[in-house]
Design a protein around this ligand. Structure first.
Ligand code: SF4
Length: 290
């Protein structure tokens, strides 16, 4: 096959939820002296490091935030109990929760008020899922796969939603399975269309190449799903957090390379990876990539 260097997926860069969280954080850092966040504001280490250099302080508990501090609520949302505690302490709160995550939280609450058993398709330990559960005071059941759905205790009335990054075929398959087992079953699609859009553009690119490089945080759920989506297309796929993670031996001469990235990956990080891929191709193949 003729070497054609590398290609990039269309429309890379932050999704609206991440973009908003970063803008709010930057504005808070300009305005307030002590700005804190419990855990990661977003799941991208490089971007979080950049915000730390601007003064953002990452802590593990609310006790570490002083009364005259300002607290950012992460894009994945936080338990309402934590927000209450912050209010009691008099801490200034800036809510960076993405509106789509908020919608999932409110949907769970609505289903719970209808006295339905709340079933959530997602990663049990993901902060977004933990946040959703806290809105219904832990009275929900997390389903991670088909087996989880089959092991569910028998219930008569339930509502089913998903972590925003977890829509797609598997979610629908599990929904069908549950609807056959539960008499009064309500399905709520709380998946984020941005995730689906990025998956589609990445799979379209994967059709044209033989190696895919996916740029993003290893803790980012949507980035991990992108890697799976590219692998489904039968393409060798590598997840990298930064340019240094890109390995020369992945690139066989003549194989076309595609680059895509997660929804919380900044453009500057994609550009650094792109430069590294270009360097390797030029060096190994002894030619100038486009
Ligand atoms: S992926 Fe969707 S739900 Fe998640 S932060 Fe971005 S816009 Fe919000």
């Amino acid at each position: 096959m003729v070497a054609k260097g590398y290609l990039k997926a269309k429309g890379l860069g932050f999704c609206p939820g991440v973009r908003r969280a970063i803008k709010l954080a930057e504005a808070a850092l300009r305005r307030y002296e002590k700005v804190f966040v419990i855990g990661d504001l977003i799941h991208n280490e490089g971007e979080v490091e950049r915000l730390k250099e601007l003064g953002l302080r990452i802590v593990g508990t609310i006790e570490e935030i002083p009364e005259d501090g300002c607290m950012l609520i992460r894009a994945h949302g936080s338990p309402p109990q934590l927000i209450e505690k912050a209010k009691e302490k008099g801490i200034k709160i800036i809510d960076c929760t993405c509106s789509r995550v908020r919608r999932a939280q409110m949907t769970a609450l609505k289903l719970s008020k209808e006295e339905r058993y709340v079933l959530i398709f997602g990663d049990r330990e993901h902060p977004e899922v933990q946040g959703i559960l806290s809105y219904i005071k832990g009275k929900g059941w997390v389903i991670e796969d088909e087996e989880g759905a089959l092991n569910l205790p028998l219930v008569d009335k339930a509502g089913f939603l998903c972590q925003t990054t977890k829509g797609g075929e598997k979610f629908l398959r599990i929904a069908r399975l549950l609807s056959e087992r539960i008499k009064d079953f309500k399905f709520e699609d709380t998946s984020c269309p941005e995730v689906e859009k990025r998956r589609t553009t990445s799979q379209e690119l994967a059709k044209e190449v033989e190696i895919m490089v996916i740029v993003g945080g290893t803790r980012s759920a949507n980035t991990k799903r992108l890697k799976e989506a590219c692998e489904e297309m039968g393409v060798k796929s590598y997840l990298v957090e930064r340019a240094d993670d890109v390995k020369e031996e992945w690139f066989e001469e003549g194989k076309k390379v595609g680059i895509t990235a997660g929804l919380s990956t900044p453009l500057w990080e994609i550009k650094e990876v792109e430069e590294k891929v270009r360097e390797i191709i030029d060096k190994r193949w002894g030619r100038k990539s486009p």
